[in-house]
Design a protein around this ligand. Structure first.
Ligand code: SF4
Length: 488
């Protein structure tokens, strides 16, 4: 079972991160009763936005007769939904494609030529966007390559292959809205993914942090309209979803239009979503400190459905490094935002991202980061050693840090973050928290749910409670999760 992090990246997360390093997840919702259905296997790498994209690709292919399976061996189509955040991301995809080629050869070996088959192999996501032509050149097994902005065109691309076109490459940033071109997800598919759902409201980024590939792979900032988001949220809730995490590379820069053509911020969208009956919990990720406006902060004070958890990456505690990263905020302005948030919602659980060993990081810069962490205190956080991404400004900067030094600093920092996480969890022991039950636990009669602070909690409870929110008395803390008992 793969752990999905509670949010995605800002934006090197999921590598070398501490406890909840992610990453690979398969979209599985099998029902093999109809033998005419074609089988689809999607392997998802990286962030929650990719998890959401995978789900929407499944939705786009369902009308074409595809159903999901959980292994590639029997699939008629395999999609690798890739992530460019990890170091050597492209090389890992080529290795996976090599395994696919061997799998196909092995399957076909005992067969006569006339019986030989090959699934359609597609590479999607950010590596596809960045290296489309190169993938086609280096991996002949691949039939289709398409970027994150093109998955709504999957039926059209399949049509081209069916008509005899040998390869399909689509890494354009199209002018049409991919979200609006996608079919609505079916209720059965929605609920098979759980009572907590992702909903992408914003994509792309205009900030150009010097370490980050997102502005190049996902393009400029784009916000979906309020009406479309409300419609999708209502659809999710109608299917049984109780919690929605709004996704965006820069989610709090959201600026969608309402029906009257007025621009609405994330705070306005949260207020509109709050009116949906039975949508009990709303989260959002990932945010930039500069876009944390007062309207949004106030929502955490006034709106019950706004969960007391915020992922607000800072990356470094040194102003020198923040400037080199082109973060456009300082250590002081970040702390000022945190103080305003804590004023609005004193119990808020804070999460962050840290990049250690960025070019030019001295011992004093690292000490500034440690000092900032001690000052803010996090309920959990993600930390990584800096590694250069081709095409980004930081990749060619002077002062690249020796790996041994970066590793030592990372361990020191993770020790501090782990201690803070443990302390945060320990502080909830003895409290009664509302838990949203999400799925069955490993032991019989056990369910796993989430606290408002996004902590996993194990509780003995009947399966029928999945999808319900109930008060639980928190009693103990294991390695990664809390344990509690139902109040009644
Ligand atoms: S703000 Fe934009 S450029 Fe900076 S890390 Fe986030 S996605 Fe990347």
């Amino acid at each position: 079972m793969v752990k999905i992090p509670p949010h995605f990246f800002d934006h090197q997360r999921d590598v070398e991160s501490q406890p909840s390093a992610v990453i690979v997840q398969n979209e599985t919702k099998k029902s093999t009763s109809n033998h005419n259905l074609k089988k689809l296997y999607i392997k998802t790498y990286g962030c929650q936005m990719n998890v959401y994209d995978t789900q929407r690709m499944s939705d786009a292919l369902a009308p074409e007769g595809y159903e999901n399976v959980d292994t590639p061996e029997t699939a008629d189509m395999v999609i690798l939904n890739t992530c460019h955040i990890r170091e050597k991301a492209a090389e890992k995809i080529y290795s996976e494609l090599g395994r696919m080629r061997k799998m196909i050869e092995k399957k076909n070996k005992p067969l006569k030529d006339s019986q030989k088959t090959k699934p359609i192999i597609a590479v999607a996501g950010c590596v596809a966007q960045a290296e489309g032509r190169e993938i086609m050149r280096r991996a002949p097994v691949v039939d289709m390559v398409f970027g994150p902005q093109s998955y709504h065109k999957l039926p059209e691309m399949l049509g081209k292959l069916a008509k005899g076109q040998k390869k399909v490459l689509d890494t354009d940033f199209p002018t049409e809205d991919k979200f609006e071109a996608l079919p609505e997800a079916k209720p059965a598919n929605i609920i098979s993914r759980g009572v907590s759902a992702f909903l992408t409201i914003q994509e792309g980024c205009d900030k150009f942090c010097t370490f980050c590939v997102v502005p190049y792979t996902r393009g400029a900032e784009y916000s979906r309209s309020i009406a479309r988001i409300l419609n999708e949220a209502q659809n999710l809730v109608n299917a049984g979803v109780r919690e929605i995490t709004l996704l965006g590379q820069n989610v709090n820069a959201y600026h969608g239009k309402d029906d009257a053509g007025n621009t609405v911020s994330l705070g306005g969208l949260m207020a509109a979503l709050d009116k949906i009956d039975r949508l009990d919990r709303i989260r959002y990720t990932t945010s930039h400190p500069n876009d944390m406006d007062q309207t949004l902060i106030n929502i955490h004070k006034t709106q019950k459905s706004a969960m007391p958890y915020l992922h607000l990456p800072v990356q470094s505690g040194s102003n020198k490094i923040l400037a080199a990263m082109n973060r456009r905020h300082t250590r002081e302005s970040y702390i000022e935002v945190i103080e305003r948030i804590k004023l609005a919602r004193p119990d808020i659980a804070l999460s962050g991202d840290f990049i250690i060993g960025f070019p030019g990081e001295s011992d004093a810069d690292f000490d500034d980061t440690m000092d900032l962490i001690k000052h803010v205190t996090y309920s959990q956080a993600y930390s990584f050693k800096y590694s250069p991404r081709p095409g980004t400004a930081a990749a060619t900067m002077d002062g690249q840090i020796d790996d041994e030094i970066a590793t030592k600093r990372l361990h020191q920092l993770q020790q501090l973050l782990n201690d803070q996480q443990r302390q945060f969890n320990q502080n909830t022991i003895g409290r009664t928290l509302d838990i949203l039950f999400e799925r069955k636990g490993r032991e019989a009669g056990q369910l796993i749910g989430r606290s408002p602070y996004l902590q996993p909690v194990y509780v003995d409870a009947p399966e029928a409670f999945i999808g319900q929110i109930m008060p639980v008395h928190i009693e103990s803390l294991g390695n990664f999760a809390l344990k509690g008992t139902l109040l009644d």
